[in-house]
Design a protein around this ligand. Structure first.
Ligand code: 5GP
Length: 195
């Protein structure tokens, strides 16, 4: 059985990562699965524990960290986020391509531990402009003004990390972005199959 790819998918808050991932997962031939992260952030309206995230207390998060359960972890605007490693390994060993929707600090940790030939690829989604990004973050109407300001400042910092990623895709139009991401994953799967 060919081991699946590890797909790091990053981009500033509000760029549309969730939408693109939801769409791309509709293609069974890409054999994708989504790694559900653990977070200490409170659920937003409509978010479900065990679907969007595993929502945990800070104490529980730190216990998992202590137990070495995470592939990577990071603090993002006052909350902790991490990728549980057991699921990622299990699914990759079953041939699935695992998507990690993570911010840049955690992505850097994964890139540091993965060698080039270990099947890890990285995609960074950028907005057409920072003004458009701010409009999208505000449009979500789920955060306080303070958190919105912090997320916008964080977005500007994250945009400086694009050089670490193998692919940078501008999310101007959902349909076109999905096509581009589809092509990237499809090509990478073919490359891996020829190894
Ligand atoms: P949000 O609070 O908007 O759901 O997520 C905030 C940021 O944390 C987003 O950039 C998201 O991609 C990132 N994130 C979500 N899960 C993880 C994770 O497991 N690890 C890391 N490093 N970042 C994550």
């Amino acid at each position: 059985m060919q081991k699946g790819l590890l797909i790091i998918f990053s981009g500033p808050s509000g760029v549309g990562k969730g939408t693109i991932i939801r769409e791309i997962m509709k293609f069974p031939e890409l054999k994708l699965t989504y790694s559900i992260s653990m977070t200490t952030r409170a659920p937003r309206e409509g978010e479900i524990d065990g679907v969007n995230y595993f929502f945990v207390t800070k104490e529980s998060f730190l216990q998992h960290l202590y137990n070495d359960d995470f592939l990577e972890h990071a603090c993002f605007v006052d909350n902790y986020y991490a990728t549980p490693k057991a699921y990622v390994e299990k699914m990759r060993n079953e041939g699935y391509n695992v998507i990690l929707e993570i911010e840049t600090v955690g992505a850097k940790q994964v890139m540091n531990v993965m060698k080039d030939d270990e099947g890890c690829i990285s995609i960074f989604l950028v907005p057409p402009s920072l003004e458009e990004l701010e409009r999208r973050i505000r449009g979500r109407k789920s955060e306080s003004e303070e958190v919105i300001q912090k997320r916008i400042a964080k977005a500007e910092l994250e945009m400086q990390e694009t050089f670490r990623y193998k692919y940078v895709v501008c999310n101007r139009n959902i349909k076109k972005t999905v096509q581009k991401v589809y092509d990237i994953i499809h090509d990478e799967m073919q490359k891996k199959a020829m190894d």
